[in-house]
Design a protein around this ligand. Structure first.
Ligand SMILES: *Cc1c(COP(=O)(O)O)cnc(C)c1O
Length: 440
């Protein structure tokens, strides 16, 4: 066997190992999900090898007759599901969707408001000194929303005052961006519509994490609350392929389309457009039930951890109104988020460490933060409910609070996972959730 064939085989061996591990694992990464067998089947179609620059019907490439029809179905479903006048399904990711939004609504260097990273903002919203996309790529000056740590939300009055102050100092603000990666409670969008009109600002909403919840009618409805443009990743609470989407009104359609092509993309990953169309159809059919259960499970997990002595953020508000909960683990025996993350992973429980708003004051950074973030989207998809959330809280407690042997807990987790091996809320509920589609 040649060295290259060995490496080639090694890749397939590792893929198989990964799939087997996922099969045995409790995945609570809030930004992940497992796509349905139909979505997985669509994204390996021949579209993956084709080009189709531009808008359906006006392509730069020949050979797109069926690709165009699929993209039009995808656009149509997106408009229906989100009740949007306009949808562009071309961005290849959430960050590219945000770049389309920045390009369509701001000139390079314009000033915007966004959530700071410590309060849950995404790196694509951040200023240049942090290497954030908005600042480093577009040159935007980023001012942060004032955040109420107790309410775990944007402080409306203080932020309003900050915006007026910026204008008084001659620092014009062009864009108000809502949304974030730690997103427990709906953001106050409608509260800012008047001031946006008063100063001629546009409102954007990054729904990367919560787009599935919005589609299911379970979070907030930014387009009805005054947002001019909504961006999203399509693979977090919305269980589609790794891709992005931009939703808006007809009046902004041309600017958004131009930002996509020729601005930011040549090809736009046509197989994922097909996968997204399938995912949106499944959300139309099953999305309401799916998202209702995600929310119930998030609160149940928060409650179950709380009852076991964990310090879950925003207890007085019922922990969360989304798929996420945030836990302050600084007072647990493990003391920091990285240790908790590593030990839980060894016990077949995948979570991520997360900065808490008050971490900086306590001298912590993202490497050893005081928090962890948990999401219930993927486990809900496998059919789990309240009693399973209690079981998960118990597994976590055994590892982090009682210091039990992680290999023993890992075995118990794998045993527990045996009963949850199919994707629910989908047209095909027979194909195993983590089965690799193989042709060789
Ligand atoms: C995940 C996330 C993104 C980035 O999405 P990708 O699809 O990974 O590019 C953008 N914004 C927010 C708020 C996110 O949480």
């Amino acid at each position: 066997m040649t060295e290259h064939k060995e490496l080639y085989d090694r890749v397939f061996g590792l893929i198989e190992k990964h799939d087997q591990w996922m099969h045995n694992t409790i995945n609570l990464i809030a930004s992940e999900n497992v796509s349905s067998p139909a979505v997985r089947s669509a994204i390996v179609c021949d579209f993956r090898d084709r080009y189709a620059e531009g808008w359906p019907g006006e392509r730069v490439y020949a050979g797109c007759r069926y690709i165009d029809e699929v993209e039009l179905v995808c656009i149509d479903l997106a408009k229906k599901l989100f009740r949007a006048e306009f949808a562009d399904v071309r961005p290849v990711s959430g960050v590219v969707a945000n770049l389309m939004m920045y390009t369509a609504f701001m000139a390079p260097g314009d000033r915007m408001m966004a959530l700071s990273i410590a309060h849950g903002g995404h790196i694509s919203h951040a200023r240049g000194s942090l290497g954030g996309t908005a600042g480093a790529v577009r040159g935007h000056k980023v001012q942060n929303w004032v955040f109420d740590e107790a309410e775990f939300n944007i402080d409306v009055d203080a932020s309003m005052k900050k915006i007026r102050g910026l204008f008084q100092d001659g620092k014009e603000v062009k864009f108000l961006l809502f949304g974030g990666s730690v997103f427990l409670f709906p953001h106050p969008v409608k509260e800012f519509r008047d001031i946006a009109d008063e100063y001629g600002m546009h409102i954007g909403y990054d729904s990367a994490h919560v787009s599935g919840l919005i589609a299911g009618g379970k979070f907030q409805d930014p387009l009805r609350e005054g947002a001019d443009v909504v961006t999203a990743s399509t693979h977090k609470t919305l269980p589609g392929p790794q891709h992005g989407i931009v939703l808006s009104r007809e009046e902004f359609a041309e600017a958004i389309k131009r930002a996509a092509f020729p601005g930011l993309m040549s090809n736009h990953h046509l197989h994922n457009v097909a996968g997204l169309a399938v995912a949106l159809a499944e959300m139309m059919e099953f999305g309401k039930d799916y998202t209702a259960q995600i929310l119930k499970n998030a609160r149940a997990l928060g409650q179950a951890l709380h009852e076991r002595g964990w310090k879950v953020v925003a207890e007085h508000k019922g922990f969360t109104e989304s798929h996420q909960i945030l836990v302050d683990i600084s007072e647990t025996p493990m003391k920091d988020g990285r240790t908790v993350e590593e030990q839980l992973e060894r016990a077949n429980i995948v979570i991520n460490r997360n900065l808490l708003p008050w971490d900086k004051k306590r001298g912590r950074d993202y490497k050893r933060p005081g928090g962890i973030r948990l999401g219930t989207s993927e486990m809900t998809r496998l059919g789990m409910r309240k009693s399973e959330m209690e079981a998960i809280a118990e597994f976590m407690t055994r590892v982090v609070m009682r210091g039990e042997d992680v290999t023993k807990v890992a075995k118990d987790v794998a045993e527990f996972r045996k009963d949850y091996q199919r994707v629910h809320y989908a047209f095909d509920t027979e194909t195993p959730a983590y089965q690799h589609l193989r042709f060789k």
